[in-house]
Design a protein around this ligand. Structure first.
Ligand code: C2E
Ligand code: MG
Ligand code: MG
Ligand code: MG
Length: 281
């Protein structure tokens, strides 16, 4: 911005920017408190098995109950948490909470499937990652095979050798690994076979305009076919309509996740859905 303005670098100190950095600092302080004061909570979104119709898994998604702003979505605070390093604390809390919830549902026989947790770049490369996950599993009693970690392509493209080492250590714990938002940004397509992952999540941007958009249909079909060839579980995100789900089923996609099946909801709501789902079978 300053460059575009030429010599007018004083732009940086405009009241507007000053106000913005003050706001940012305030938000950062609030976020720090949020972790300490239990203002974070999780919503859970079910994934559907496209063959059986059963719940195939659940993704934990963090929210922040801000004292004056109301519920703040993750896209509005995860980037700041990532920049400031607070993400490591937040991520640890998410892991612990999701594992405890999942173990609880497992014990009740409601969730014989995976709980997925998103990892941020800083968390993924944190030296205590493996220990954090080992602890979350141990403290909750959750079987490692019932935990799936979602990472994005851009995270592993930054440093592929290091990333592969971390992924191998994670696999050694027995957890499942998923590539989230697959197909956007950096593409792993050529290298995907080097990465010890179990699941590909087709990014919602490819699903949004199905069935109208011919290219999106072609790309989605190609990703599903490639994933299946590599024996990966393929799941589509952002599935909002019956037409989209039918298209995915027709092309052998394994699972769908999106508002069409269920929005992300509080634990009690998901529990009701799991009960219905287990009696429906
Ligand atoms: P994501 O992991 O790709 O999660 C999917 C996002 O799409 C979620 O947004 C979900 O609510 C939304 N979504 C699901 N189905 C539909 C649909 O049918 N239509 C539309 N339009 N949207 C749908 P959310 O919960 O706001 O999370 C946004 C992103 O924030 C996540 O994207 C993930 O990257 C990040 N995030 C969420 N929770 C965590 C967390 O605990 N840790 C970290 N590091 N990141 C998180
Ligand atoms: Mg995700
Ligand atoms: Mg995603
Ligand atoms: Mg996404």
């Amino acid at each position: 911005l300053a460059k575009e303005e030429g010599k007018n670098t004083y732009q940086f100190y405009s009241p507007n920017l000053q106000a913005r950095s003050r706001e940012r600092l305030e938000l950062e302080n609030h976020l720090r408190l949020a972790v300490e004061q239990d203002q974070l909570f999780l919503h859970y979104q079910a994934k559907r098995d496209l063959k059986t119709g059963a719940v195939a898994g659940v993704e934990a998604l963090v929210r922040w109950q801000h004292p004056s702003l109301g519920v703040v979505p993750p896209n509005d605070f995860i980037p700041l948490a990532e920049e400031t390093g607070l993400i490591v604390l937040i991520g640890r809390w998410v892991l612990k909470t999701a594992c405890l919830q999942s173990a609880h549902w497992q014990q009740q026989g409601l969730l014989p499937v995976c709980m997925s947790v998103n990892l941020s770049p800083r968390q993924f490369y944190d030296e205590y990652l493996i220990e954090d996950i080992r602890l979350a599993l141990q403290e909750s009693g959750l079987a490692p095979a019932n935990l799936e970690l979602e990472i994005t392509e851009s995270m592993v493209m930054q440093n592929t050798d290091r990333a592969i080492d971390i992924l191998r250590s994670l696999k050694a714990l027995g957890v499942r690994l998923a590539i989230d938002d697959f197909g956007v940004g950096y593409s792993l397509l050529a290298q995907i076979k080097q990465f010890p992952v179990d699941t590909l999540k087709v990014d919602s941007s490819f699903i949004r305009d199905i069935p109208a958009n011919f290219e999106d249909k072609a790309i989605t079909q190609a990703i599903i076919a490639m994933g299946k060839t590599l024996s990966l579980t393929v799941i589509a995100e952002g599935v909002e309509t019956l037409e989209q789900e039918s298209f995915l089923r027709e092309h052998n996609c394994d699972q769908s996740q999106g508002y069409f099946f269920s929005r992300p909801i509080a634990a009690e709501g998901l529990e009701a859905l799991l009960r219905d789902n287990s009696t429906a079978k």
